[in-house]
Design a protein around this ligand. Structure first.
Ligand code: TMP
Ligand code: ASP
Length: 242
């Protein structure tokens, strides 16, 4: 039986399963940046992101961060809980990089005095504009309680991931996460969804500052797969199948 595609994103597809409360998340090899202005297929990126995201979601789940991951089904597929995605990209920044440096004219690599959370609307046509908590409430993208829950989890995830990466000599510069509403019995819980991988984080080697993330693609630095494999190997993820 061919499975029905429910959603096609830039780097992933979501398929229906027999259970209404579960989906299959399929990781593609597509790499995009600057809202698809730059697009390439990078062989085996999807497999690496599937494995790295599984590792991170399992670690977060074991540390009381509820999330959508259920189990890996194949090298590119994972079974996940079906959620209603909140259309907001939650970005957590420890060090100035990327669009933040351009926006404020700050040098890349500068430590921020405090961890910063930003929100971007998921809206490719308008280049994912930066939005405030007030925008989220006024437009109805998220309620006050949802926003507080997302912020609480975002800080906790930052602490947990910063510690995890520090142990393997990697600095967590910034990352993007997405949340969803998981419904049961007319009630919902906010849970972490989507993926966390070198596509959605900035990861710098602590000794050399070498970039081990999607900036290798955004900035034409080459060696993306080698960098993702380096992250996976340091996390002790089994790569024998790829
Ligand atoms: P930015 O500096 O480009 O705004 O990105 C901040 C972090 O969020 C960085 O780790 C990359 C990640 N990110 C995504 O995963 N998807 C996106 O669409 C954007 C804009 C950023
Ligand atoms: N939103 C970007 C894109 O066009 C992704 C990124 O730069 O991370 O794919």
């Amino acid at each position: 039986m061919t499975k029905k595609v429910l959603y096609e994103g830039k780097a992933k597809q979501l398929f229906e399963t027999e259970k209404p409360s579960e989906l299959i998340q399929f990781f593609k090899d597509d790499a995009t940046a600057f809202n698809k202005k730059k697009h390439e297929i990078i062989d085996s990126k999807g497999v690496l992101n599937n494995l790295i995201s599984e590792f991170i979601f399992t670690y977060l789940g074991n540390n009381n961060i509820p999330n959508h991951f259920i189990e890996r089904l194949s090298p590119r597929e994972q079974l996940i809980k079906k959620v209603e995605i909140i259309p907001i990209e939650v970005v957590v920044r420890n060090i100035a990089a990327g669009t933040f440096t351009n926006r404020f004219g700050i040098e890349e690599g500068k430590n921020l005095p405090k961890t910063l959370i930003e929100f971007n609307l998921k809206d490719d046509e308008n280049d994912d504009p930066l939005v405030s908590e007030e925008h989220m409430k006024v437009f109805g993208w998220a309620k006050e309680n949802d926003i507080e829950t997302m912020k609480k989890y975002a800080f906790e995830i930052n602490n947990l991931l910063s510690k995890l990466f520090k142990k393997i000599n990697i600095i967590l510069v910034d990352f993007k996460i997405e949340f969803g509403r998981y419904y049961s019995n007319n009630h919902y819980d906010i849970i972490l969804a989507d993926e966390i991988s070198p596509d959605s984080c900035r990861l710098w080697d602590m000794s050399s500052n070498k970039k081990l993330d999607k900036d290798r693609f955004r900035r034409n630095l080459g060696g993306l797969i080698e960098a993702y494999k380096e992250v996976a190997t340091r996390l002790k993820i089994d790569l024998s199948d790829i």
